[in-house]
Design a protein around this ligand. Sequence first.
Ligand code: GLU
Length: 476
Amino acid sequence: MSSPKEPSFRESVDIMFNRAVALMDLPPGLEEKVRVCNATYTVRFGVRLRGEIRTFTGYRSVHSEHMEPVKGGIRYALGVNQDEVEALAALMTYKCALVEAPFGGSKGGLCIDPREYEEHELELITRRFAYELAKRDMINPAQNVPAPDMGTGEREMAWIADQYQRMNTTDINGRACVTGKPLNAGGISGRVEATGRGVQYALREFFRYEEDKAKAGLSGTLEGKRVIVQGLGNVGYHAAKFLSEEDGALITGVIERDGALFREEGLDVEAVRNWIIKHGGVSGYPDANLIEDGAKLLEQDCDILIPAALEGVINLSNAKEIKAPLIIEAANGPVTSGADEILRNKGTVIIPDMYANAGGVTVSYFEWVKNLSHIRFGRMQRRQEEARHQLVVDQLEALSDSMGNTWNLEGSFKDKYLRGADELELVRSGLDDTMRIAYQSMREVWHSRDDVTDLRTAAYLVSIDKVARSYRAKGL
Ligand code: GLU
């Protein structure tokens, strides 16, 4: 896919880190301390499957423990390797710092193609992997809290949580050992949609600033903007769905494993998603043009490009051809350091991964807090809030003006005003606030320093500064 000159994923992250850190004035040696991965555990374990013992290789990498627990997903994919988990763990550190989620960075992975296994087999494998990690405190509510990533979801998180709890029967906070669980197993409303929702909130915030849009040669709102999404998995699907249904954006292209769909007037995201679930790919979808060499669509003219799948998809081999003036990195590391340079020189604006896809870990943070507090958000306040609003409505309606007319508030207003916020609304509000504040912290650096010409460098500067401050406060 990428040309031989391309560095590895971890090197690519390091190159971008170095570029940013060169603009900072850190105490000698701290720069290296922040950059390096503290530890990477490799576990190999056997599981008896289909009449034989199969050996699996998994990793859990801890990048920085300036705050604990450390946090980050567990990925199931055949390409998982040490370099990748280390790059992803480093990105978790910077991501958590940027959005002020009080965690260090970590990441895990298992070399497996989950589609090759039955559900009960995946359960055996996941429980065994969780056992190997938990006994080394690589899963622990106070030390290391995994979450879903590519190839994993609520189901795997429920198995991991249960496995941990079986091994730690008296840990009252056991449920907080992993996030992204199903609601009935200690999860939180809005976690599944969170990363895609965060991409939507990030774009909305970007579009609030004329100056920022102008840098990408864009104007107006998200309405009618042509968007191409690469990967219609959990993140890409939710981002595309919300942007088209709620902001009026046109999803003109969807790139998947077996090809890409293109439709100038916009695709029906829900229909495409259902087609993929039913047929295993986009081929044969009736209402769009199919492009067999799907990656070519990355180069198509559009307003916003959303890579939402693997790392390294925009690299030295195609960066020059990318026409989108705005790229939002919903995936981790979709643009290599070499491609980043080419795009920067072209004037492409990139909303970087560590900010753009931080919605997932942000809502994970809310879930972890919910688990530790043992109560659903809004449970104490909701009805009390409604009762107080009712008082205002009753009082207003009892008032009559000087002509003797009484006030009658409109029904739909009353319904909206009276309803107290439930957990989902609170989660979305917390996520929106987080995405806005983090964007503002990046753009401030972007606009106030002449030596910072892109959002990625700005993001690194904000987050490295936060990590460095914690190290300093600890006396390191
Ligand atoms: N795997 C997600 C990420 O890359 C979520 C991590 C989490 O929720 O801890 O950000």
